[in-house]
Design a binder for this molecule. Sequence first.
Ligand code: NAD
Length: 498
Amino acid sequence: MRTIGHFIDGVETTGNSAEYQDVFNPATGEVQARVALATQADLDATVASALAAQPAWAATNPQRRARVFFNFVALLNRDIDALAELLSAEHGKTFDDAKGDIMRGLEVAEFVTGGPHLLKGEFTEGAGPGIDMYSMRQPVGVGAGITPFNFPAMIPLWMLAPAIMAGNAFILKPSERDPSVPVKLAELMLEAGLPKGVLNVVQGGKPTVDGILAHEGIDAVSFVGSTPIARYVYATAAAHGKRVQAFGGAKNHMIIMPDADMEKAADALMGAGYGAAGERCMAVSVAVPVGDATADKIIAALRPRIEKLKVGPATDRATEMGPLITAAAKERVLGLIDKGVEQGAILAVDGRGLSLQGYENGYFVGATLFDHVTADMDIYKEEIFGPVLSVVRAKTYDEALKLTMDNPYGNGTAIFTRDGDAARDFATRVNVGMVGINVPVPVPVAYHSFGGWKASSFGDLNQYGTDSIRFWTRVKTVTARWPLGIKDGAEFQFPVMK
Ligand code: NAD
């Protein structure tokens, strides 16, 4: 059986690992590989490699660092089909969706090729008599990234590209459920000309994460995953004196105004609710039609679309929705659907009991639609992370806005309308980090930045865009005066500008 190792100091290795975890094919339920789980000695070796490589990399001029990313982008484009195959074999998402996962990461690598400009400091000539002042952005040192299973290419690239461009060494701890692509990314970075040790990958679960959070050789931690772990990572890394940003889960609402184009809104809900089997932090899991007539129309438009949705393995290129990631995820989602029924929601389309010939042991759940969901139900309160769309009927726009704002999560949200006033009011007032106007999955492009509010994000500064350059650098400000500007005699007053 294939063994997936760590990537330490330029080589794939199982290190000292004595423990391994199975990696499944979610479409068949078969074990297809096993991944080595790091020991403390493996983590120490990884950090030692990063610490040894970082100073020379930081001293490499930014133009040359950027060239590595130009090469890397070309290599990713060269290998994208093979990487997408590997990604969907471990994750289960369709081939096209896997390519999208890689492309959105590649775009961040493209963005950081502009690093020499982004990393420029600031200069003030004559800040005082004979005084010039300048600020420079220097790398934080060794950064670590802990990433979720649902975007095994994009999210590692959100972190590693700006961190490395800024002159840091970077240690990636990917999800143990789909760990192959992250190792391939590290191999490609090496092929692109990155010196060994600047990017290492260490595989593992909670013990490895805990080792990272406490390791004195690591200066900054970026985390993306579920909210309880994000909260824990944020508090623990901060308690160890590290710079930390931690992004959590979501419950994204899409408001449908009575004037919206219902056919387009239904198409949007299909992709946003059931794409990647709902395993996206920007998936729409709550549809909020305004008025009963709007709700009836949207349900009527969704029903035939759901019936036509092609569920299957990623190896079938006609598949539109694949399986969930694990058997446990499937059980959890089915359990939540049962709870929705028990608690009185109306099951408009039931995705339970789906069985695909030849894939009976796969982790498939059919697309599910609930109507008349209320805010006290578990299917509303929990992040389901599966192909389950809940319709919460609102009487007015204000009620729909309040529902969205009262939700503890604040990752993404959308409004579908032809009314510019309503759209503008929504974008201005809603307490959510990413807003779509007639765009159901408003994931910002690489030169803006990604981040939610409330329980979807802990700490400051978003992923990618200029925020990421700020997160992965420290500012040093120099105040310089040369002998010509220095007055004779000691000054005892605190320096002020007169
Ligand atoms: P997860 O929280 O289970 O795991 C994320 C990472 O944390 C993994 O690397 C995992 O090994 C590690 N981990 C798991 N349990 C841990 C523990 N007890 N202690 C320390 N580390 C632990 O998340 P997941 O299931 O891989 O991913 C899905 C979640 O990620 C969803 O909640 C989704 O909304 C969220 N997500 C958020 C964003 C965002 O940008 N806000 C993006 C993608 C996914």
